[in-house]
Design a protein around this ligand. Structure first.
Ligand code: ADP
Ligand code: MG
Length: 615
């Protein structure tokens, strides 16, 4: 069997060697197992079903979310002489009737095996809604001509996933109606909670089991390390105002990637246009920008793709609409403003497809959290996602590769004793992300217990006043700026033209001795850990986000200051902060500011007994 797949992949697709877990997935397919396969973007997931499809009698049905992707695949298969078709709203009635007639002929035994359609691509909408197609599937099933169902981009099944598609939910029927047809679910972005959701919906065995525990008929799980070593991840602090943020972006591009291809992902269409225009003018045309978002007319989009390929445009400023189907191999950098770890990972996947080095930079300012909250306040699950990405950006010590490995890995569902050596290796630091390469002394550990207590006390006082403060306002207030005078909304307290004055001694906590940036990072830290929580207040134009005491606040603030300072009571809150500007000098002497290089503390979750692994 192995020889045959190897021979055929070379013969039909011109592929010399299997990559990642391709071979294992092909073999499990041929053994008619249900499979979940998580492999990085560009890893070669298509081959894992196309090859078995050629080798099995009957038709493999592939559910795919994007018509452009399906068209590409069908053309590609056609070039290789493999009989593949597509059914979607983009196919004419006549063509669709012809395809269905062909499939009916297969079901009724009127089609010679060599003339069989091997792969049929459908959209989830077609599969979910088209009764005729459903009865065609039934006929194929009864004639044993349904080889398998492939659910490509399976994370679309889950509301918790990236790019949820309601019609993917209908796929649950496949298992109940066609009990004996194996299912292969493919994805590149599938954190454990999404995986659980997908498995439940599709009727796959969950949680994943290996070795003796796995049922002989159970689902086989494959996950290739999602990490691509030519991608260099980093988080870059974004200045507070737009003009400075553009300067930072311009410097980064001109210093490191002059005249190279890159993408800047922005949070809104307005940002896309603004960033593209300013970047072009700030660089005196040295950075040739183009724009891409949902409202750009199709003709302009095609033109942009062309100009980008030809190098007339080198940086595309885009929303996430610019995504699947980008076929440019030499994207040297991607700059993100992301709302989720999944988004960040997926967007990064578009860099360095040629295997050469590429930068994936997340630009971040704590006030972005405010903005993302407002943008996503009505979307279920968005809070959890935002907290996850905030954990990523506020982590100045942990290797980025390990973060992704822990976040996405299927193996996170297994006990570490069951991990393969590959999975264990995924927890080795990459050695080249921003956190792995930080200079000694550029990050310091800060004891946040007292400033956290002060901030929470202030937040409670503010709440008692009936006032509400944004992240920025709370930060300014606790640092004693403006003598405690802050602009607030919804106050019942000393209101003067939309502002209130709170004498600092009214705030039982006293002033916080941290910089503005650090104080905002502290607030985010408290948010991530449920000491603060967000409150949304819609107004005429937008939704404002305010910070109020969270579930864990009360217990902490009930302590007296002396309990916290002298007795060291309360939760052990500390975090690593980057050392910036004038603090750098102090940081040179590690003893002075309690600063120590990150490597000294680089304790990582690692299994003790790696398992040689069977897949
Ligand atoms: P994915 O769906 O995982 O993002 P694709 O299946 O589209 O990735 O494959 C990405 C590219 O890699 C395709 O051009 C494909 O032909 C190529 N490819 C797949 N498997 C191999 C392999 N074993 N060796 C070389 N190239 C491969
Ligand atoms: Mg794919």
């Amino acid at each position: 069997m192995e020889d045959e797949t190897g021979y055929l992949s070379n013969e039909v697709f011109g592929i010399e060697k299997f990559r990642l877990c391709q071979e294992g997935v092909c073999n499990a397919n041929l053994a008619r197992r249900d499979i979940v396969c998580v492999m990085p973007t560009g890893g070669g997931k298509s081959l894992t079903y196309q090859l078995p499809a050629i080798l099995t009698s009957g038709c493999t049905i592939v559910v795919s979310p994007l018509i452009s992707l399906m068209t590409d695949q069908v053309l590609h298969l056609d070039e290789f002489g493999v009989s593949a078709v597509m059914l979607s709203s983009a196919v004419s009635h006549a063509e669709s009737r012809k395809i269905q007639a062909h499939l009916y002929a297969m079901a009724s035994g009127e089609c010679a095996p060599k003339n069989e359609v091997k792969l049929c691509y459908v959209t989830p909408e077609k599969l979910g809604q088209d009764k005729n197609f459903w009865s065609l599937l039934n006929k194929l099933y009864e004639a044993r001509k349904l080889a398998r169902f492939v659910i490509d981009e399976a994370h679309c099944v889950s509301e918790m996933g990236h790019d949820y598609r309601p019609h993917y939910k209908d796929l649950g029927k496949l298992r109940t109606v066609f009990r004996k047809v194996p299912i292969l679910a493919l994805s590149a972005t599938c954190p454990p909670k999404v995986l659980q959701d997908i498995s439940r919906t599709l009727g796959l065995q969950y949680p994943p089991k290996r070795g003796a525990e796995a049922e002989p008929e159970g689902t086989v799980y494959f996950s290739a390390p999602l990490y691509r070593k030519n991608l260099h991840y980093s988080v870059l602090s974004k200045p507070n105002n737009f003009a400075d943020a553009i300067k930072v972006t311009r410097e980064f591009i001109l210093n490191k990637h002059r005249n190279q291809s890159g993408i800047i992902y922005c949070l809104s269409k307005k940002d896309v246009e603004h960033v593209a225009k300013e970047l072009a003018s700030e660089s005196n045309g040295q950075i040739r920008t183009g724009i891409y978002h949902a409202e750009v007319p199709d003709g302009r989009k095609a033109q942009l793709h062309r100009e980008w390929r030809e190098g007339k445009v080198n940086v595309v400023c885009a929303t996430i609409a610019f995504g699947l189907g980008i076929d440019k191999a030499d994207v040297r950098f991607v700059i993100h403003h992301s709302k989720s770890v999944e988004g960040l990972y997926q967007e990064s996947g578009r860099a360095g497809r040629d295997g050469k080095d590429a930068d994936c930079v997340l630009l971040y300012n704590p006030k972005d959290a405010d903005r993302v909250f407002a943008l996503t306040s009505s979307i279920p699950q968005s809070r959890g996602k935002l907290m996850d990405i905030l954990r990523f950006v506020q982590d100045f010590e942990g290797c980025r590769k390990i973060f992704f490995a822990n976040y996405f890995s299927v193996s996170a569902q297994l006990s570490v004793e069951e991990w393969t050596t590959e999975e264990t290796a995924a927890l080795d630091p990459c050695g080249h992300c921003d956190n792995c390469t930080r200079a000694p002394g550029s990050v310091k550990r800060v004891d946040l217990r007292l400033p956290a207590w002060q901030t929470l006390r202030a937040a409670e006082d503010i709440k008692r006043c009936g006032a509400r403060l944004t992240l920025r306002q709370l930060g300014e207030l606790v640092r004693g700026l403006g003598r405690g005078k802050v602009n607030v909304s919804g106050t019942r307290h000393k209101r003067t033209k939309g502002s209130i004055t709170i004498a600092m001694d009214e705030l039982a906590g006293g002033k916080v001795q941290l910089s503005r940036e650090e104080t905002e990072m502290l607030c985010i830290h408290l948010l991530i850990h449920d000491y603060l929580q967000e409150e949304f207040v819609p107004n005429k134009h937008t939704t404002n986000t305010y910070l109020v005491p969270g579930d864990k606040a009360r217990r902490f603030t009930s302590l007296a200051r002396s309990d916290v300072v002298e007795k060291g009571l309360g939760p052990k809150l500390e975090s690593a902060f980057p050392v910036t500007g004038k603090r750098k000098a102090a940081a040179k002497d590690p003893g002075k500011d309690g600063v120590q290089p990150p490597a000294a503390r680089a304790k990582r979750k690692r299994p003790t007994a790696p398992h040689p692994g069977e897949r």
